[in-house]
Design a protein around this ligand. Structure first.
Ligand code: ADP
Ligand code: ZN
Ligand code: ZN
Length: 673
């Protein structure tokens, strides 16, 4: 038998491939590009990805090691998938091995192929069992029909920006476009991305009801590893026709991919914030372009990047301007001046009255406050002591029900002090309010009401978030209080009041994206109200308590006019040379002492002559210290994406040669700066 040599990418920070010898084995399978193989690496045995197969190698025979086993049980990862990983590695400046391997299920990367073989067996046994209860598709309105036609009849790469107000039936467009594509080509695969893991069950149920005989796979971080392997395999083998997932699903192997949908495409959670810092939305568009297929970006408040592409004609924009359900109307938005009106427990009389009215009518209300815990700070009036985290430049948040102070940045916990640590005053005061405190006040004001809080604290247990949302859908809750977890996507039927408690900090943030995000968030949460046909003349409403009712953001919000807001914001961005009018990369450094981090960045800034890019001064990050580590950043910008990419391609190898104990990371297209 012929001896062959394979080049293998493994999951290491080294940007190189390793050569191995393959001597053949019991099985007749030959090594192929895209196949996984078990190989020795130092003293370990790891799964690597074959990126080349050849008849010769430059590595001297005495240093060459042998492939231990090929994972020939599954077909090799297809070439377009490899190309996607190569692109992501190149664009986001990471070694291929650190891109391609971590996005495979853990159980696929185990030394023994037991889990793999078991999963394959299980998949072979589960044939789709045809069911008879298909939910009937509603008749599309003309705007929806136009969108479905544009998607399903697309010829080649077709990016569609589906700009539809909340409740305009975007989901229905995705489903009917999928149905049409699957009718034309029954083997096709459709990838649907959603921003929140909590939104998958609702959509999955909708998909299964609409397509009872179509195999559906789900991919998100909440799956157990064996489940994840099985779902990933059914996508990789082409069995699953519909794959529903969160951002990580964009890197799934989908050999028959024919359509990608990115729902709520503006959502910040599409950006991965560690390891490979990719934008799932951007990779989705790249993937669609590579395969020559349609990609739908759906949102009521598109990202400015996508909006700009639609303005320049790169993306086709389709608008859904009406709510899909007959007689369902957008809620009226009212601003309540929290500076002028007296507040009781943080609430205006108008908001209290509106809540009371909903209770009398048997309708549901939602209070939105993007701050969990009881109060963001505990303080001493006598001496000015505040509950600073000893390890971060942040406050420790008061969690009264657990009787703890907790830092939301480093997770440090401590008992609530009985008296002021500085002056001994025993009358410590909570400052400001979080969801727990609002829940407490609601309970005291509305003793008959069924009140439920949904935030990261109340939903720590697996399955508890789902149970909580089910309770709301089933009408077991009168007043729901929650963070952004409750703002997105949910189709609450009986909800007619949304109260927004304190959006003001985001109005004046150092982050230039804060107002874009706030607008999207408020539009989203407002969109939870009035989703079913209006009863009598009970108009649904959104009450926003703010000290700045004159802020222009609220005027656009009241008019439900994203276009006006986006146009103004794009003008500002253009004048200030901010994205999408410039392209950015952020070098971040972490060290025990801030000067070390800054010094490293200073050195990094001088490594290369900047060509076509601007290198800004190193600065401490807004949240400078987290868990006793100091953080600083260096922003590199360019009006030209290729110029920035060319610079990064030279800069990265130079950075890797710098001898330093500072930990650093590169982020291309950073989301927060
Ligand atoms: P979006 O995703 O745009 O917020 P959804 O897709 O959740 O909106 O649709 C909102 C509601 O409208 C859902 O209850 C959905 O079943 C309903 N709906 C969608 N399209 C139609 C239609 N053409 N006719 C009647 N009801 C529809
Ligand atoms: Zn004190
Ligand atoms: Zn901390």
């Amino acid at each position: 038998m012929h001896c062959r040599f394979v080049q293998i990418a493994v999951d290491t920070p080294l940007d190189i491939f390793f050569d191995y010898r393959w001597l053949g084995g019991d099985d007749a399978a030959l090594p192929a590009v895209g196949q996984l193989a078990l190989v020795p690496l130092g003293k370990r045995e790891v799964i690597g990805l074959i990126v080349a197969v050849s008849e010769q190698t430059d590595v001297p025979p005495e240093r060459l090691r042998d492939v231990i086993a090929l994972r020939a049980q599954i077909p090799p990862l297809p070439e377009p998938w490899l190309a996607l990983c190569r692109f992501a590695a190149g664009y986001y400046q990471r070694p291929l091995g650190e891109v391609a391997l971590p996005c495979l299920p853990k159980k696929l990367r185990e030394q023994k192929p037991l889990a793999l073989e078991r999963a394959l067996k299980k998949l072979a046994q589960t044939q789709a069992s045809p069911s008879t209860v298909a939910s009937e598709a509603p008749t599309l309105n003309p705007a929806q029909q136009q969108a479905v036609d544009a998607i399903a009849n697309a010829d080649g790469f077709t990016p569609v920006l589906l700009h539809g107000i909340t409740g305009s039936g975007k989901t229905e467009v995705y489903l009917q476009a999928a149905a049409q594509i699957l009718t034309q080509s029954p083997a096709a695969q459709i990838l649907i991305l959603v921003p929140e893991i909590n939104l998958t069950p609702q959509l999955e149920a909708g998909i299964r009801a609409r397509f009872p005989t179509v195999p559906v796979a789900t991919l998100h971080s909440g799956l157990a590893e064996t489940e994840r392997l099985r779902h990933w395999l059914s996508a990789h083998l082409g069995q699953a026709n519909i794959v529903l997932g969160t951002r990580l699903a964009v890197l799934a192997s989908l050999p028959q991919l024919a359509l990608i949908v990115v729902d709520e495409e503006h959502d910040p959670s599409y950006k991965q914030q560690e390891g490979l810092r990719y934008s799932a939305r951007d990779l989705a568009v790249w993937r669609a372009n590579q395969l020559g297929i349609p990609v739908v970006l759906g949102s009521a408040t598109p990202s400015l990047e996508s909006w700009q592409h639609a303005q320049t004609g790169r993306y086709r924009k389709i608008e859904l301007t009406e709510r899909a359900v007959q007689d369902a109307a957008l809620p009226a938005i009212r601003l309540l001046d929290s500076g002028r009106n007296q507040l009781t427990d943080g609430m205006t009389a108008a908001l209290m009255a509106a809540l009371k009215l909903r209770l009398e009518r048997g309708e549901q209300s939602l209070l939105f406050l993007n701050r969990r815990g009881y109060a963001p700070v505990l303080s001493c009036d006598a001496c000015g002591w505040v509950s600073n985290c000893p390890r971060c430049t942040a406050f420790m948040v008061l969690h009264l029900s657990e009787r703890k102070l907790r830092c939301h940045h480093c997770s440090l916990e401590m008992r609530i002090p009985r008296a002021c640590p500085d002056c001994g005053n025993i009358d410590l005061q909570p400052l400001g309010r979080g969801t727990q405190r609002v829940e407490e006040s609601l309970l005291s004001h509305f003793q008959q009401a069924r009140i439920l809080r949904i935030d990261a604290d109340s939903t720590r247990k697996k399955g508890s978030a789902q149970a909580a949302f089910d309770a709301v859908h089933e009408g077991e809750v009168d007043i729901l209080i929650g963070t952004q977890m409750v703002a997105k996507g949910h189709d609450f039927q009986n909800l007619t009041l949304v109260g927004v408690l304190n959006p003001d900090t985001a109005l004046f943030s150092h982050d230039y994206r804060a107002s874009e995000r706030l607008f999207a968030q408020l539009m989203q949460v407002a969109g939870r109200a009035g989703r079913s046909a209006q009863k009598d003349d009970h108009q649904s409403e959104v009450l926003i308590q703010t000290r700045y009712p004159q802020h222009p953001l609220f005027a656009a919000l009241k008019a439900h006019d994203y276009g006006v807001f986006a146009t103004a914001l794009l003008e500002e961005r253009e004048q200030a040379c901010l994205p999408p009018f410039c392209h950015q990369a952020l070098l971040r450094a972490e060290a025990r002492e801030l000067p070390d981090a800054l010094a490293f960045l200073q050195q990094a800034a001088l490594l290369l002559a900047p060509e076509g890019v601007t290198i800004n001064d190193p600065i401490p990050m807004a949240l400078t210290r987290v868990a006793n580590v100091c953080r600083a950043q260096l922003l590199v910008e360019s009006a030209s994406r290729p110029a920035l990419q060319a610079f990064l391609r030279e800069w990265m190898p130079a950075l890797r040669t710098v001898k330093t104990r500072v930990r650093w990371t590169m982020e291309v297209d950073p989301a927060d700066i």
